[in-house]
Each structure stands twice: as structure tokens, then as C-alpha cells.
Design a protein around this ligand. Structure first.
Ligand code: MTE
Ligand code: MO
Length: 335
């Protein structure tokens, strides 16, 4: 992946209309934390904004249709770190189908049409078919999950997604005993996506997971963020979020989900096999061949590029939940 220093666009002030922690934690828990003084400095900085939200100001960005979810009870699904500003989450993106600069997706993805939309489910399942986006929206209750997102390039954000575990869909389509992997194919339409003219990757963008990774409760099929439907640049109308893996495993704007016996090829592995393996679990101890993965820069941290870098956590901090999936595996070999 290309590392570019295009952070100039990031100095804009934090707006006052970001979702407040009370929306994720629940009003009562939030008040308790404030009263006990255990909210922590990062969270405490939300107090003023929270009071603002309670006074009737919007608690969501107010740019797109509302899509709310109940706070998830899946273990590990609610990071209590400061949530990134919506401006950062929707303005600093990787979505190469719309260009390789961080600001390209926000500028050019407006042409993406999220309706009508169907997702083809194929391969080793008892119930293949074309699933309409509106039926997928109703398949399981929407949850709000606050995940760390760690890009392989060395930056991270904290994003409140709205969606449900992919496992709900997998249960519905009934994988056969021979299914071992899941392939995720994303939209590649030259009419909507100017970036397809460049050949940085072989289109369509394809990703894959082992079936047990896909079925893990933390693996999220996301339809929204910050209490609203996904903006195009974040992968409307639906995308994957796999929080313990580098961001590129989380394919945007999914059009096909295929169950296979053989490990599927992936776009980044095909482009640079020595740099991007199939697993791509966040691992501070295994460097990318061209740079260390030991630390990361949180987008929005005061000081920009000069801000103190944070230590990257094993499996992006989700080791208690997912470590067992890789018991006995040499993570240097299976990078
Ligand atoms: N279809 C598609 N999905 C994609 C990408 C892409 O270029 N195309 N980029 C990936 C990368 S490198 C990252 S870090 C995340 C970024 O997601 P975000 O923009 O919602 O933060 O999306 C991933 N999904
Ligand atoms: Mo990334």
C-alpha cells in the first residue's frame, strides 16, 4: 500500500455534532461513570458535548438517513476509547475504486448508487441466492459496536459501526460441511468508480476469511456508522468489519459472498504476496517487509503527524476474544 503524507486536510476543528458516549454506553452507565470519576480523561472530554446533545442538538451527524442499533453485548464489541470524529472517519479513507489519495473517496464516491442492491450468496451453501439489501437490513437486530480500526499503513481510528454479526447471515444460508472459507467480492463498476481505470489492483477487490473467522461474533456486517447509514466512501450500502485484522480485510460495498473449500485468492495478496498474507491479523511483532507494525498514529490525535504514536496491540486488542482461533499457528509464517 502506498504511504502518502497527505494529512494537511486533517487540521479542521472537531465539530460539535459527533455521537456522544452516552449514546453508546447508555445514559445510565455513562452518568455512573461520570459520577464515579472513572470515565477517564478521554471520555470525560465528552461531558460538555453530551450535555449539548441532551439539550436537543442532534447526537448523530445528521447527514444521512438514521440507522440506530442497540448497544452490543458481544464481548469486546464496545471499546471505551475516544470515538474518532465523523469528519475523520468519513474524510480519510482507503477505497481505491475511487482513487488512492485519502481524500479521493469522500470527493468521488458520491456516484456510488446504494439502491437497488443485491448480494449474491454462492458456493457450498444449502440456500444460495440473491439477497436484497432491504431483506438483509431486517435479517437480525441492528447493534452499535465501537471498534478500533487499524490500517496496515500504520494509522488507526475508533468507529461506532451499526450492523450485526455476519454469523447471522451465515446461519441463514446454511453452509455445507465441505465449506472451509468465505470469499467476499466487492462492487467493480467503471460507470460508478473512476479509480477502476488505474491498475493498482486487479478488480474486483476480493477478500477472504476462514469460515470460523467469518462466524466469529466480532465479525460484523455493517450497514451504518455514527447512527446513520454508511456514507459511500465507507462502503455503502454494506461492508465487512473484521476488527482484529488490518483494515484491508474489511471489504466495502459487498456484492458477492461465496463459500469454498479452497482458500480464496485476495486482491492484496495477488498484488504483493510477500507483503500481504491471507490472515493479516494485526500483529505488532511481525513487521511489514517495508515498515514496522509496532506502533500506530490515531487519526485526530492532537499534533497530527508529530503526535505521540500509540503501541499497536496484538490482534488490535481483541486477543482475549480471537486468540484461540490461531492456537498453535506460527503467526510469522501465517501472516
Ligand atoms: N472495496 C474496497 N474495500 C476496502 C478498501 C478498498 O480499497 N476497496 N480499502 C480497505 C482498507 S486498506 C482499509 S484501511 C479500510 C478503510 O475503511 P474506512 O475507510 O471505512 O475506514 O477499508 C478496506 N476496504
Ligand atoms: Mo488499510
Amino acid at each position: 500500500m502506498i504511504i502518502r503524507r497527505t494529512d494537511n486536510g486533517f487540521q479542521h476543528p472537531v465539530p460539535s455534532d459527533i455521537t456522544s458516549p452516552s449514546a453508546y454506553l447508555g445514559r445510565r452507565v455513562w452518568l455512573q461513570r461520570l459520577a464515579l470519576g472513572v470515565a477517564g480523561p478521554a471520555i470525560a472530554s465528552w461531558a460538555a458535548r453530551d450535555a449539548f446533545a441532551q439539550s436537543g442538538a442532534p447526537a448523530r451527524p445528521g447527514r444521512l438517513a438514521a440507522l440506530s442499533g442497540v448497544r452490543s453485548t458481544v464481548p469486546g464489541a464496545t471499546t471505551v476509547e475516544t470515538v474518532s470524529a465523523y469528519e475523520h472517519a468519513s474524510g480519510y479513507n482507503n477505497y481505491y475504486e475511487f482513487g488512492t489519495d485519502k481524500t479521493d473517496p469522500a470527493a468521488y464516491a458520491k456516484t456510488l448508487k446504494p439502491r437497488p442492491w443485491t448480494v449474491a450468496v454462492e458456493g457450498l451453501v444449502n440456500k444460495p441466492g440473491n439477497y436484497d439489501i432491504d431483506s438483509l437490513l431486517k435479517l437480525a437486530p441492528m447493534e452499535e459496536r465501537i471498534y478500533r480500526l487499524r490500517c496496515v499503513e500504520g494509522w488507526s481510528m475508533v468507529i461506532p459501526w451499526v450492523g450485526y454479526s455476519l454469523s447471522a447471515l451465515i446461519r441463514q444460508v446454511q453452509p455445507q460441511g465441505s465449506a472451509k472459507y468465505v470469499e467476499f467480492v466487492t462492487l467493480a463498476d467503471p460507470k460508478q468508480m473512476p479509480g477502476l481505470r488505474s491498475h493498482v489492483l486487479d478488480w474486483p477487490y476480493v477478500e477472504g476469511l476462514r469460515l470460523d473467522e467469518a462466524q466469529h461474533p466480532l465479525t460484523l456486517l455493517a450497514f451504518g456508522m455514527y447512527g446513520e447509514v454508511l456514507p459511500p466512501q465507507n462502503g455503502a450500502p454494506l461492508r465487512l468489519v473484521v476488527p482484529w485484522k488490518y483494515g484491508f480485510k474489511s471489504g466495502k460495498s459487498l456484492v458477492k459472498i461465496r463459500f469454498t473449500e479452497q482458500q480464496p485468492g485476495t486482491a492484496w495478496n495477488r498484488a504483493a504476496p510477500q507483503e500481504y498474507g491471507f490472515y493479516s491479523n494485526v500483529n505488532p511483532e511481525v513487521s511489514h517487509p517495508r515498515w514496522s507494525q509496532a506502533t500506530e498514529r490515531r487519526i485526530g490525535d492532537e499534533g497530527g503527524l508529530l503526535a505521540k504514536r500509540r503501541k499497536t496491540l496484538m490482534f488490535n486488542g481483541y486477543e482475549p476474544q480471537v486468540g484461540q482461533l490461531y492456537a498453535g499457528m506460527d503467526l510469522r509464517r501465517w501472516f
